[in-house]
Ligand binder design. Sequence first.
Ligand code: ADP
Length: 246
Amino acid sequence: MSTLLEVSGVSVTFDGFRAINNLSVQFAEAELRAIIGPNGAGKTTFMDIVTGKTKPDEGRVIWGEKNLSLLGMSESEIALQGIGRKFQKPTVFEDQTVRQNLAMALKNPRSPLAVLLHKKTKSNAERIEAIAEQIGLTDSLTRIAGELSHGQKQWLEIGMLLAQDPRLLLVDEPAAGMTVEEREKTTDILREAAKTRAVVVVEHDMEFVRRLDCKVTVLHEGSVLAEGSLDHVTSNQRVIDVYLGR
Ligand code: ADP
């Protein structure tokens, strides 16, 4: 599989504290990956670096042929490169219907080329139907978003990001606050989404990560501590020590 994103030797220092320490990690096209690690491991800062919110002090962030860390791009310019980010709390237009929310996301393309290609083959109405089906909200298209459950709002926001067709979708703790059923459905949605783009999920809930059934990267003190299947990393003594606070 070809590499989509390569973070290489990246460090970030806040007031003399190295939050990210010589971090190197790669992601392939259409890969599903979970990132875990104790509080303060650098998970949020990692996402901030990839999305351009935080500039690395050293190292490279290679996206295709581009070194994003050198180009001085704003967050919105990086988003336009096809990098979508879902924050922990759902942000949808509460007073609009599900259909209107998805339509707005489609009108506000993050990846213009991709949307142009889709437009040639499908109308916006068809795309909205397809995304609604993907996020399990077909029966809720005419509902006001503010009336949806917490889980449904999270799915709607994932759908809005999918409408923008990113090549990489970063998702921050999607399972937080969800019921067991909602969590299960969320893993299905993310697994399906990762068939056509890379999806990187930062998550604390190990049952959720287990259900994602994907490669796991463990961060600790701003570097990769272990990588592999969930069983592989959770049997690693260094990972066990870190999680038990030794
Ligand atoms: P995680 O998301 O894994 O909990 P973070 O990336 O939020 O970890 O934080 C990594 C470390 O960097 C923590 O020790 C945190 O206190 C520190 N940190 C993060 N952002 C800042 C900042 N803006 N200023 C100072 N320290 C920060």
